[in-house]
Design a protein around this ligand. Structure first.
Ligand code: SF4
Length: 310
């Protein structure tokens, strides 16, 4: 575990190399506090994709999981994109294969395919459009077909289905985020009994039964807006615990509570400051995407950015 002096020293070295190399550090809201603090920009998947598309920096150091770094490369292929830990892979993204999509297309030949950004670039290359948790209902609604094949998160599919007139079919049937899906009603009821005045704000990756109990269902970017605009002073946060750090940093006058046990995403937490520094020092690990995937997955991501107002 890094102590304060060590964190300061590592952050100073990262800062120097970042300037020398004209690099930008992008970090997801679930990253460790010290990684969030050293980043140039912290945000959700959609915000980070936009930042990656617009940056003037020559190098993007992406502190998140692999599919996010791949997305950064696809939206800005001329940049060098580095991920400090090559093994930081989202288990939900690994639940969906290109074969699953091809098979489902055979069963629903008139349907369009919307994939959550939490999927591999090979899968995105087979999609009609990509979405994030910030825009899933908006993207599903915008599709031309009445039935939409949606993967890989069944809970986000439920959230989108409830907000559109489309028939949403989940591919693969049981896809889920282990970090969010393990959250139980008992965890929620216990948190509510400990903090009876707090609003419950959850991520759409949680189980539908918990979504129904929540005051707000938001992407991590949406949680910032929700907690800013809500007149409440206290919030129980139903997503990965890194978000609680982000909220406390943004709104020091309000109170934010973890659930118990805290929700942790191991691959997100595998990135440390030492790895960020090694990444800048050793130019590693560079994310590479084939020309075909750049072209085909790029179309699906660009369509999302257009439909969601970018
Ligand atoms: S929180 Fe869930 S969906 Fe997000 S990266 Fe971790 S495992 Fe994947």
């Amino acid at each position: 575990m890094n102590n304060v002096a060590n964190i300061r020293e590592l952050s100073g070295e990262i800062d120097e190399l970042r300037r020398e190399q004209n690099a930008v550090i992008l970090a997801h809201n679930y990253q460790r506090p010290e990684v969030q603090d050293v980043a140039d920009f912290v945000g959700d998947s959609l915000e980070l994709a936009r930042q990656a598309a617009e940056t003037d920096a020559e190098v993007i150091v992406f502190c998140g999981v692999y599919f996010m770094a791949e997305t950064a490369k696809i939206v800005n292929p001329r940049k060098r994109v580095l991920i400090p830990d090559l093994l930081a892979r989202c288990p939900m993204a690994l639940m969906l294969s290109p074969e699953d999509i091809l098979e489902s297309r055979k069963s629903y030949p008139d349907s369009e395919v919307v994939l959550y950004v939490n999927s591999s670039s090979e899968c995105k290359a087979l999609a009609d459009c990509v979405c994030t948790s910030a825009n899933a209902p908006q993207i599903v609604k915008a599709m031309d077909s009445d039935t939409v094949l949606f993967g890989p998160d069944r809970n986000l599919a439920y959230y989108a289905q409830k907000r559109t007139d489309k028939d949403v079919v989940v591919v693969p049937e049981g896809g889920n985020c282990p970090t969010h899906h393990q959250l139980s009603l008992v965890d929620i009821l216990m948190a509510k009994s400990r903090h009876p005045d707090a609003e419950l704000v959850v991520h759409p990756e949680v189980d539908p039964g918990i979504q129904e109990l929540a005051d707000g269902i938001e992407s991590t970017g949406g949680m910032l807006r929700y907690c800013r605009e809500s007149p409440a002073d206290e919030f129980i946060i139903g997503t990965e615990e890194g978000m609680v750090y982000r909220l406390k940093r943004e709104f020091p006058g309000k109170r934010f509570y973890h659930l118990s046990p805290p929700m942790l995403c191991p691959p997100m937490k595998s990135l440390t400051l030492d790895k960020v520094l090694d990444s800048l020092r050793g130019d590693r690990f560079e994310v590479r995407v084939s020309e075909r995937i750049l072209r085909e997955a790029g179309k699906a991501i660009d369509r999302m950015l257009e439909l969601s107002g970018n």
